[in-house]
Design a protein around this ligand. Structure first.
Ligand code: IZC
Ligand code: ZN
Length: 436
C-alpha cells in the first residue's frame, strides 16, 4: 500500500512503552516529571536509525510495510524505555583508587585526601603517564559496561590532565570514543578540576593558564561543547569559577558547574548568574540557590551514587528542588574516586530511596531531562518520531520495577541508532570488541 513506512526494524509488544514524549523543547519540571507517556502494548517502527512511528502494536503495524529486510524485535510484554542518558561522567582516566575506600572508612574526608596530594591528583599523575591509546582502551571498556546497562548517550569530562597537552589528549580520546563506540558522547572541558601540584603555591597562575591557553586551544580545535568547573572549598573559589566560566562563555562554550557538593559556597547562585545549562551535585545547596535556579531554568543534575560512595549523611534536597520548579536530571558521576559507579540503574535505585524521588520522576531524570542537561534533547531522551532510535528492553513487568530491583542489570536488549547492539543474535556486535 502506498505511503506505508518501509521499516528496517519494528519493536512490538512492549507491555509498557515508556515514551517520555512531549518535552523536547523544555525540560520537565514539578508534576511534569511524573508524566512519562506510557503506551500499553506499544510498538516503534524505525527507518535509517530514526524513529518513524510510535503507537500501540496494532497502530504501528498498520502504518508499516515489513519486507524481508525488516527486523522484528518482540519485547514480549516487557518494559521499554528510551536509551538512558548519563549527563555527568569523568569517563577518561587511568588507574583506580580503591585504597581511598579504606582511608574513608578510617575517617579521612574526600577533600583531606585531595589536600594530601591523593584523590584527583593521584589520577592526574596516572593519566599524564598514560598514552592516548591506553586511555582509549580504558574508556572503551567503561563504555561497554555502560551500554550493557542501558546507557546510550553520555557526557564525558576531561580534567585529569591539567596541562594543555594532557587536557587536549583526553579530549581527543573522548572524540575518538564517540566515533568508534556506539554510546554517543558529549565532551566537556574540565581543566579547572583541581590545582595541579606544580601550581600548588600559585593557584591564580593556574586559573590564568586555563583561561588564557587551555580554553582558547580547546575552542580552536572544537574539542568540547561544555566548560565545567569544580567550585568547592579548597578547590576553586566562586570568584575563580566565575572568571573561568565567563571566559568560556565568551568563546562559545555552554556551561556547567560542580556546585555546592560539600560546602555551601554559592555554586548554584553562580550557575544561575552566568546562565549555566546545569548545576551539579547540590548536596549543600542554599534555598536562595534553588530559587535562582528555578527562575533561570538551570537544570539540577543530582548524583546520589556519589553521596552514597562518600558515605555522606546529607543527600541533595531533591524534593525541595523539584517542588520549587527546578528541572532535575540524574547522573552517575562515574569517576575513580567519589563514584566508581557507571550504572544508571544503580543511580535510579538510590534516587528513589535517598532522594525520595518517585520511579516516574526518576525515569524523566535519566532520559529527557538528562538529554536537556547536555544539549541533546532534540535527538535523544524520548521515544518520538524523528528522534534517534535508541531504546532499551528491560526484563521488567512495570516501570516501577526498575527502581525497585536494585543491583541487578535488568537490561535485556539495547537498540542504538536502530540496531540491536546488546541482546541480539550477534551479542556484543556494537561494543569495544568490534573496534579494536
Ligand atoms: O576523581 O575524585 N568530585 N571530581 C569532583 C571528582 C569528584 C572526581 C574524582
Ligand atoms: Zn563530577
Amino acid at each position: 500500500m502506498e505511503g506505508k513506512i518501509k521499516a528496517d526494524l519494528i519493536l512490538r509488544h512492549a507491555g509498557q512503552l515508556v515514551t517520555v514524549a512531549g518535552a523536547s523543547d523544555n525540560p520537565k519540571r514539578g508534576p511534569e516529571m511524573s508524566e512519562i507517556g506510557i503506551i500499553e502494548d506499544g510498538a516503534v517502527a524505525v527507518r535509517d536509525g530514526i524513529i518513524a512511528a510510535v503507537g500501540t502494536t496494532t497502530e504501528v503495524w498498520a502504518q508499516v510495510e515489513a519486507g524481508p529486510g525488516t527486523r522484528v524485535v518482540d519485547a514480549g510484554g516487557k518494559v521499554v524505555l528510551p536509551g538512558l542518558v548519563d549527563p555527568h561522567t569523568h569517563l577518561v582516566f587511568a588507574g583506580s583508587r580503591e585504597h581511598e575506600l579504606e582511608l574513608k572508612l578510617n575517617g579521612m574526608g574526600y577533600l583531606d585526601i585531595l589536600k594530601a596530594g591523593g584523590g584527583i591528583l593521584k589520577t592526574v599523575r596516572q593519566t599524564r603517564e598514560a598514552s592516548q591509546k591506553d586511555l582509549f582502551l580504558a574508556g572503551c571498556k567503561y563504555l561497554d559496561q555502560m551500554l550493557a546497562q542501558g546507557t546510550t548517550t553520555a557526557e564525558a569530562k576531561s580534567g585529569y590532565g591539567l596541562t594543555l597537552e594532557d587536557e587536549i589528549k583526553t579530549l581527543k580520546v573522548i572524540r575518538d570514543l564517540d566515533v568508534f563506540h556506539p554510546v554517543g558522547l558529549v565532551p566537556t572541558f574540565l581543566g579547572a578540576h583541581a590545582t595541579p601540584e606544580e601550581y600548588r603555591d600559585n593557584p591564580e597562575e593556574f586559573v590564568n593558564l586555563v583561561i588564557n591557553e587551555m580554553l582558547p586551544a580547546v575552542a580552536r580545535e572544537k574539542l568540547a561543547e561544555f566548560c565545567d568547573v569544580f567550585c568547592e572549598e579548597g578547590v576553586f573559589t566562586v570568584e575563580q569559577s566565575r572568571r573561568i566560566l565567563l571566559a568560556a562563555r565568551e568563546l562559545g562554550f555552554k556551561l556547567k558547574i560542580h556546585a555546592d557538593e560539600i560546602g555551601t559556597l554559592g555554586g548554584a547562585e553562580l550557575a544561575a548568574e552566568v546562565g549555566a545549562v546545569s548545576a551539579e551535585h547540590l548536596m549543600a545547596v542554599s534555598d536562595q540557590g534553588i530559587a535562582l535556579m528555578a527562575r533561570q531554568g538551570t537544570i539540577a543534575v543530582l548524583l546520589p551514587a556519589t553521596t552514597f560512595c562518600l558515605m555522606g549523611k546529607q543527600y541533595a534536597p531533591a524534593r525541595k528542588i523539584i517542588g520549587e520548579g527546578v528541572p532535575v536530571a540524574l547522573a552517575t558521576d562515574f569517576n575513580p574516586g567519589s563514584s566508581p559507579v557507571n550504572s544508571l540503574q544503580v543511580v535510579m535505585g538510590i534516587a528513589c530511596r535517598q532522594l525520595k524521588m518517585t520511579p516516574a520522576e526518576v525515569i524523566s531524570a535519566v532520559t529527557i531531562n538528562a538529554a536537556h542537561a547536555i544539549g541533546q534533547a532534540a535527538l535523544v531522551g524520548s521515544i518520538e518520531v524523528g528522534k534517534k532510535a535508541d531504546m532499551i528492553v528491560f526484563d521488567a513487568p512495570t516501570y516501577q520495577y526498575l527502581s525497585y530491583r536494585f543491583g541487578t542489570n535488568l537490561v535485556e536488549k539495547v537498540i542504538k541508532d536502530g540496531k540491536v547492539v546488546i541482546g541480539g543474535a550477534k551479542q556484543g556486535m556494537g561494543g569495544c570488541a568490534s573496534v579494536v
